[in-house]
Design a binder for this molecule. Structure first.
Ligand code: ADP
Ligand code: ASP
Ligand code: MG
Length: 475
């Protein structure tokens, strides 16, 4: 089971989590993965940034508020009245030690005047280590044997700090050594989400929102029977409920659909969550820890019957990069190959790629925070072509957003793309680029940023996604 930031967001929410865990661990062995309390990772990142800038007052104030937030949770969780008062001191001293550790790293950054990626990852793991310590102590205090585990001990990753990838075999090995004995003894391991370490022990993180991924890595490594992801909505929905008012909860989605939704901006799952699970067919549930009576969404391998369009997602923190050879001297295909190679080496993920045969111009969409590394990589790989004017200057359009329509049942539906484009044009929103993968599960549409939200609502309405029985008839 993985509990997200809001599900760990207060003493009260942790008590709910502890009750869910206690109930389930009476029936079967349970391993828990936790996020930091909500907003804590943002606070840690902001503090590190201020330390780099040398703003001592802001750094001290943030560390104080980090400490107070967790100490307040301690005081509320462990009370004499509930018979857990004796655990307060233990939890309190763990919180103080972890905050002191964060302070030590912050001081280093303050003195250096820069944030080495490795130190950032080490510092960020403190958020999850704090919440794991609190929840493990709470479980012990309320009669469920538990032990907090730092994922740096069990999730072995490469050294891409800030966006590390797990290494399956060494991770499996460590899990067997560290976690299986706990599970066998009936002790619930409460593992930190989001972080890991290289095989030689350098701390890493898996990217923002990465606790979902941590949970799936561990579920796969331990051959779990199921993975339950507890969050603050009723499951995977037909659109982001913050953008569209009449969303419906999807009772089931396939791994492929869930992965496409996550990659195309549905924050409810970290994009890389599904890969380790799909291989092993481990079923996943997305459930609401605020509404335990709701069934949630089950993620499965496949459906018997195709179900048409399932959901629409969007991403706004993206940029479109366009490149065009200036003369026929240069092979467009070769430029594309070299550009993609440069992007891959710089760890920049391409979200949408579109090209036209005329002059072999092409454009691709990437995340805004990858722009500098992308331009640096392209500039150095193609420096001669750019300097000699064989390649036109690289163009960057920041005023764009990505909309994606997802559903395995869209395969071979000829009229569907037309309906989607018409719905967007009816709103007078400019379509800038279109891409459909050969799997036909997703149509990606790049639109002007100011029209993105309206486009999402228009497509949601056009495909009747808020009324699943009508949406199914669209097939
Ligand atoms: P957690 O902290 O539990 O990991 P997140 O905030 O990362 O939770 O993800 C849950 C949020 O994702 C929801 O509150 C919702 O606003 C947002 N969201 C975006 N798109 C979707 C979608 N298609 N279905 C469900 N939730 C979505
Ligand atoms: N705490 C981390 C973040 O906010 C990881 C997570 O919550 O999944 O990005
Ligand atoms: Mg999340």
């Amino acid at each position: 089971m993985k509990f997200g930031g809001t599900s760990m967001g207060s003493a009260e929410r942790m008590q709910v989590a502890a009750r869910i865990i206690a109930e389930q661990s009476r029936v079967r062995p349970v391993l828990v993965v936790v996020s930091a309390m909500s907003k804590v990772t943002d606070l840690l990142l902001d503090t590190l940034h201020r330390a780099e800038l040398g703003d001592r007052t802001a750094v001290d104030a943030s560390i104080q508020s980090l400490l107070e937030k967790h100490l307040q949770a301690c005081t509320q969780l462990f009370t004499v009245a509930s018979g857990t008062g004796s655990f307060q001191e233990e939890a309190w001293s763990k919180v103080e030690a972890l905050v002191a550790e964060f302070k030590r790293i912050t001081n280093g950054i303050f003195m250096l005047g820069e944030r080495p990626p490795r130190s950032v990852d080490e510092a960020l793991s403190v958020g999850e280590r704090l919440s794991a310590a609190l929840l493990a102590t709470l479980l012990n205090a309320t009669g469920t044997k538990a032990e907090g585990v730092n994922a740096a001990e069990v999730i072995v990753t490469d050294a891409v700090f800030g966006n590390a990838s797990p290494q399956a075999e060494p991770t499996r090995q460590r899990c067997r050594e560290r976690l299986t004995p706990l599970l066998t003894k009936g002790i619930v391991p409460v593992v930190t989400g989001f972080n890991g370490a290289t095989s030689d022990g350098r701390p890493t993180t898996l990217g923002r929102g990465g606790s979902d991924f941590s949970a799936s890595i561990l579920a796969a490594a331990l051959d779990a029977a199921e993975l339950w992801i507890w969050t603050d909505v009723d499951g995977i929905m037909t659109a982001d409920p913050r953008l569209v008012s009449d969303v419906a909860v999807l009772d089931q989605v396939t791994y492929a659909e869930a992965a496409e939704l996550a990659y195309n901006g549905a924050k409810v799952l970290h994009p890389r969550t599904l890969a380790p699970l799909a291989e092993k067919h481990i079923p996943v549930w997305s459930k609401n820890s605020f509404a335990l009576d709701k069934p949630g969404t089950r993620i499965v391998s496949s459906f018997d019957e195709p179900r048409g369009v399932r959901a629409v997602t969007s991403m706004s923190d993206v940029v479109l990069v366009s490149m065009e050879p200036a003369s026929a001297v240069l092979s467009g295909t070769r430029v594309m190959a070299r550009s993609l190679d440069a992007l891959a080496l710089a760890n920049v993920e391409v979200l949408v790629f579109s090209s036209s045969s005329y002059r072999q111009s092409f454009c691709f969409l990437i995340r805004k925070h990858d722009l500098n590394s992308a331009l640096g990589a392209l500039g150095s790989n193609l420096s001669i072509e750019l300097a000699h004017g064989y390649l036109k200057p690289i163009e960057v359009d920041e005023n764009v957003g990505l909309l994606a329509v997802v559903g395995e049942g869209m395969r071979g539906l000829p009229g569907l793309a037309g309906r989607v484009f018409t719905a967007i044009s009816r709103e007078r929103i400019n379509i800038i680029a279109i891409a459909q993968g050969s799997s036909e599960i997703t149509i990606g549409i790049v639109v002007r940023l100011d029209g993105l939200e309206r486009a999402v609502r228009a497509v949601h309405a056009e495909c009747h996604l808020g009324q699943p029985h009508l949406a199914a008839q669209l097939q």
